[in-house]
Design a protein around this ligand. Structure first.
Ligand SMILES: [Zn+2]
Length: 862
């Protein structure tokens, strides 16, 4: 324990404090609060602290290296002063200038990332703690001429002293001092702006009660676009230098926000709760978006699309906007009590987004979109031994970031759709309305919602929730067929658990004359089609055919063989998508040979007219090409893949579909002729009719050429650097370039540099460089990075944002498929038996493809 001694407090009081601390420990009083935010601390604070308000101010200097001075008054009511008040502030005492309570300077303890205010300084009822401090910078994302605070899940305490837990909602009043030429934005509306020489002093209105992870501010050289929609003003902050690009995108971006907002007001029957509506486009933002009320942040490249954007990028933009807007109700207005339930806000944001996006894209098949945007990603984690339940235990918020991932973003919406089917969409919506109204501006748990929904159905929602929400993994489901019976048998992959998942399925049964879609509910071990014996003998059975069923499906042999021949003939695009997803799982389960899968893909592409399915097939064919066939076979296949993809963009009628084909071509191109073609396109000597390539496309092509070791790679990279108009994209390109160097020592130095946290601050840059280092074309020489990258993972988790540990591991392992690489990972796991469980899971998730590929490649001699 360390004390600092403010000038105004007597030495005697200090000694008394020291002494009482020692006595306290001897008499068995609790010791200092543990690092992070323990659940027990959060619960104790939530019981005693009420009516919380923060008055905060930050002085942001022009120079990135100069400190940010902070001042705050924390006001709250206390019911119980028998315990000290513990604030969270990770930077520690070196960053604290003074603390006072009720207007008088006090002594305090700074320990384990907390400030402990002794109970002697507290009063029953209203308390004011005033703190002068230097802001910590780990969550402020300082750049040369802009910064943005990103405090999710519990990183506000890295910047300023606070009670950093979601169920101590507070009203924030903020003042900023920034360089005069900067723009700034926060949750509350700007109420005053006074220039004072070369700085400007800005005041913001007090916010509604919000959680610490939702409080934010951003400042810097931004431009602002403004639009009116349905009587509301929307503002878009951005740093894009390409004015035509902004002009091309701005109306879509505003329209998508306005339509999402009115859809949600209608669905929830609650008006938008947070006053003004701004959003900020941040270059290389570490997430797709973040739902700060009144000030949403987005990754700029996801919002301002190039002319070469694909349909999936356009849908992705609409989904991200709908997702973040839905959070204003689901997450911001009603918030989980603790981060173990963070999945609740994510599931509703994604689930609502799927509904919201629908009317903006009348030509898109939204059932297919739901299938392809959720099932493959959910399976990507749920099939691995690193999977976990949707709802997890969380004993300390310092592990809250590890709650996130495909299980909460993609599996949970699938599960929620099943729940909506059980209740019916009207009862489900009415339940959500009641839940939002009852808990608005407050917090709730999953069990609170289960109770609301349980009252509206005969189904036992709590029992249903057990298998789907409280446990991880997928049911194993196989088809059993003879002349009289068609049945589906489910089993638990964990035999000692014996779970049974209740779910509604839509079975596709195809015969020579017709294909019919049959609804079926499976509850226990077995479900049987009742009228099967009266129907003609099927040519194939696809239990996932309606795009509904979730699990690890083993097709019967006849159906598998049939689909490997006839999949492209299925009429319904959702059925084709579902069949592709199922066959990919069969490939990973070693029941379909990768070469057969690729052959089917090449035959299907000319016949497939739905862009979403084309993108799926191309993604899987490229994935199989790089990961699941040996190099010798790749070189044989490359000419056919390249000409098939070239034929694809020539045939395609839309720019977006051309783009999908061209990107896949860039990913797989191996022939000399193909690489030379790519170089001519990059040099602007050749054009692809109907496809306009943008700065970012050219940058990616320069990297594609460099990774293929073209003779003049370094001059191409240099010339590309000179082509950039946009400083943010240029800086990123410059950062990543050494990872593509021909020179092994330069690549090694790049990897070494990532060991320094400073060089990982821009996480998307680091991930991109790391994945080029470990590209399949460089993979034998890069196996040596795997072990040290694993060694860094604990620190990556401590110093990085939510998604970085998984992105880090994916970037390291994604390009490897050798037995040696798999052994390095297995060896690491064996040598670290007591490794943190959630990080272990991340390794197992990221290594799953590698383990399977090493196994598949080893098993086949061809
Ligand atoms: Zn979200």
């Amino acid at each position: 324990m360390q004390f600092i001694r403010p000038a105004a407090i007597s030495v005697i009081v200090l000694f008394m404090l020291l002494e009482s601390g020692c006595q306290g420990n001897r008499s068995g009083e609790p010791g200092p609060p543990e690092p992070g935010i323990a659940l027990s601390l959060a619960e104790q604070r939530a019981r005693s602290i009420r009516d919380l308000r923060y008055d905060l101010s930050f002085k942001i200097p022009t120079a990135q290296a100069d400190p940010i001075a902070g001042h705050e008054a924390v006001r709250f009511k206390l019911d119980d002063i028998s315990q000290p008040v513990v604030l969270d502030f990770e930077p520690g005492r070196g960053f604290i200038t003074s603390v006072s309570a009720q207007g008088r300077p006090i002594a305090f303890t700074a320990v384990n990332g907390h400030i402990v205010i002794d109970k002697d300084f507290l009063v029953p009822g209203e308390n004011t703690i005033e703190i002068v401090f230097r802001a910590g910078e780990a969550s402020l994302n300082r750049n040369k001429d802009f910064l943005y605070a990103l405090f999710v899940p519990a990183r506000a305490r890295l910047a300023f002293p606070c009670f950093d837990q979601p169920d101590l909602k507070a009203r924030y009043t903020l003042e900023l001092w920034t360089p005069a030429e900067w723009q700034a934005v926060s949750n509350g509306a700007e109420t005053a702006r006074e220039p004072q020489g070369d700085v400007v002093h800005i005041k913001y209105a007090q916010t509604q009660p919000i959680s610490t992870y939702l409080f934010t501010f951003a400042a810097g050289k931004f431009q602002i676009e403004t639009a009116e929609r349905n009587g509301r003003t929307y503002r878009m902050f951005h740093r894009e230098t390409d004015a035509a690009k902004v002009a091309r995108n701005r109306d879509d971006v505003f329209n998508l926000h306005a339509s999402a907002l009115s859809w949600l007001e209608d669905y929830t029957q609650i008006q938008y709760p947070f006053g003004k509506f701004d959003f900020v486009l941040i270059p290389s933002f570490q997430f797709g978006g973040m739902e700060h009320p009144g000030s949403i942040y987005y990754n700029a490249s996801g919002m301002l699309l190039d002319e070469s954007a694909t349909e999936n990028q356009m849908l992705g933009r609409a989904s991200t906007i709908a997702h973040e807007t839905a959070h204003m109700w689901f997450g911001d207005l009603v918030t989980m009590r603790w981060f173990n339930d963070v999945w609740m806000k994510e599931v509703f944001a994604n689930f609502m987004a799927a509904k919201i996006v629908n009317p903006s894209f009348p030509k898109v098949n939204h059932e297919l979109r739901f299938l392809l945007s959720n099932y493959p990603s959910a399976y990507g984690v749920d099939r691995t031994t690193g999977t976990h339940p949707i709802r997890q235990d969380l004993e300390n918020l310092n592990a809250a970031g590890q709650m996130y991932g495909a299980i909460i973003y993609q599996k949970a919406p699938i599960v929620m759709r099943q729940l909506e089917l059980i209740l019916g969409s009207d009862k489900f919506r009415d339940g959500l309305r009641e839940y939002l109204k009852r808990f608005q501006y407050g917090n709730a748990t999953w069990l609170d919602l289960v109770k609301v929904l349980d009252d509206r159905t005969d189904e036992d929602v709590a029992a249903w929730s057990k298998a789907w929400v409280e446990e991880g993994g997928r049911p194993l489901i196989r088809t059993e067929m003879d002349a009289q019976h068609l049945a589906f048998i489910q089993a638990d992959p964990q035999a000692d658990r014996s779970l049974r998942w209740t779910q509604k399925m839509q079975i596709l049964v195809g015969s020579a004359s017709a294909v019919r879609s049959v609804p079926l509910e499976i509850r226990g071990e077995r479900a049987e089609l009742s009228d099967f014996a009266t129907q003609s003998k099927p040519a194939f059975v696809l239990p996932t055919g309606g795009g509904l069923a979730y699990g690890d499906f083993t097709l019967d042999d006849a159906s598998r063989a049939y689909l490997l021949q006839h999949l492209p003939e299925l009429k319904d695009p959702v059925s084709r998508g579902a069949a592709w997803v199922t066959l990919w799982e069969e490939l990973l389960g070693k029941r379909v040979r990768p070469a057969d899968f690729i052959e089917l893909g090449l035959r299907a592409l000319p016949l497939e007219d739905t862009e979403q399915n084309v993108a799926l097939i191309l993604g899987h064919v490229s994935g199989a090409f790089w990961n699941y066939i040996p190099e010798s076979q790749r070189l044989v296949l490359a000419p056919r893949l390249e000409s098939a993809f070239r034929a694809g963009w020539t045939r395609a009628s839309s720019s977006s579909l051309k783009s999908v084909y061209f990107r896949s071509f860039r990913s797989v191109v191996r022939t000399q002729e193909g690489v030379q073609f790519l170089e001519r396109v990059w040099r602007r000597h050749e054009k692809i009719a109907g496809l306009v390539l943008a700065e970012q496309d050219e940058a990616s092509m320069a990297f594609d050429l460099a990774i293929r070791s073209v003779p003049n790679a370094s001059s191409i990279l240099k010339e590309q650097l000179a082509r950039f108009q946009n400083p943010d994209r240029k800086a990123r390109f410059e950062f990543v370039t050494p990872a593509l160097s021909e020179d092994q020592a330069t690549r090694d130095a790049f990897f070494e540099s990532l060991k320094d946290v400073k060089n990982r601050r821009r996480e998307p840059w680091a991930s991109e460089g790391l994945s080029y280092l470990n590209h399949p074309l460089r993979s034998p020489g890069s196996e040596k990075y795997i072990a040290p990258a694993l060694d860094l993972l604990v620190e990556i988790q401590k110093t990085g944002d939510i998604f970085f540990p998984k992105n880090w591991m994916d970037s390291v392992l994604g390009g490897h498929n050798s037995r040696t690489a798999a052994q390095i990972v297995r060896g690491f796991l064996d040598a670290h038996k007591d490794y943190p469980i959630r990080l272990r899971r991340i390794i197992l998730q990221s290594a799953d493809d590698l383990f399977r590929a090493a196994d598949i490649l080893n098993g086949s001699s061809s």
